[in-house]
Ligand binder design. Structure first.
Ligand code: FE2
Ligand code: FE2
Length: 169
């Protein structure tokens, strides 16, 4: 296994971990609201993504990022904070996160060689679900969130920084 593949598994594990925590944070605030079932659906899918990469981390002996405890807190805080701004801001957070992950997974799919076909298929499947999440966000008023452009720009920048850190550390 190349160093690049190890890096991919490490960062994807971290990202799916963070994603599950974001939806947990949103559910902590909006768990009784009209979007509860939608948020739970996305959280359940993130949990499958996370379990898959947790298994790969173990099977392929990849060291997880040292930042997991931080992503635990930061993910939950991001989810809860955006949900506290309202359901539309929570959906704007989803759009920002999932668009960033879509780009991230696309780049990995392009970079993986044919000896990693199963991993590439896993990433492609998850990427399709991340795009479904983005579409759910858009369908639920994300773009009507106050300060949508600034909010999504800040969250995307944060996600990209998190990706860079989790690839390396
Ligand atoms: Fe995911
Ligand atoms: Fe997602």
């Amino acid at each position: 296994m190349t160093e690049q593949v190890k890096r991919f598994i490490r960062v994807d594990h971290a990202g799916e971990y963070g994603a599950a925590r974001i939806y947990a944070g949103q559910l902590a605030v909006l768990g009784r609201g009209e979007h509860a079932a939608t948020l739970q659906h996305m959280k359940d899918q993130e949990q499958v993504h996370l379990d898959t990469f947790a298994k790969l981390i173990t099977e392929r002996r990849v060291r997880p990022t040292l930042f997991l405890p931080f992503w635990n807190l930061a993910g939950f805080a991001l989810g809860a904070a955006t949900a506290a701004l309202g359901p539309r801001a929570a959906m704007a957070c989803t759009v920002a996160v999932e668009e960033t992950i879509d780009e991230h997974y696309s780049a990995q799919e392009a970079a993986l060689e044919d000896d990693e076909t199963p991993l590439r298929a896993t990433i492609a499947k998850f990427r399709a679900e991340e795009l479904e999440h983005r579409d759910i966000g858009l369908a639920n008023g994300a773009e009507q969130a106050p300060g949508y452009r600034l909010l999504t720009a800040v969250i995307k920048a944060g996600c990209k920084a998190a990706i860079r850190i989790s690839e390396r550390v």
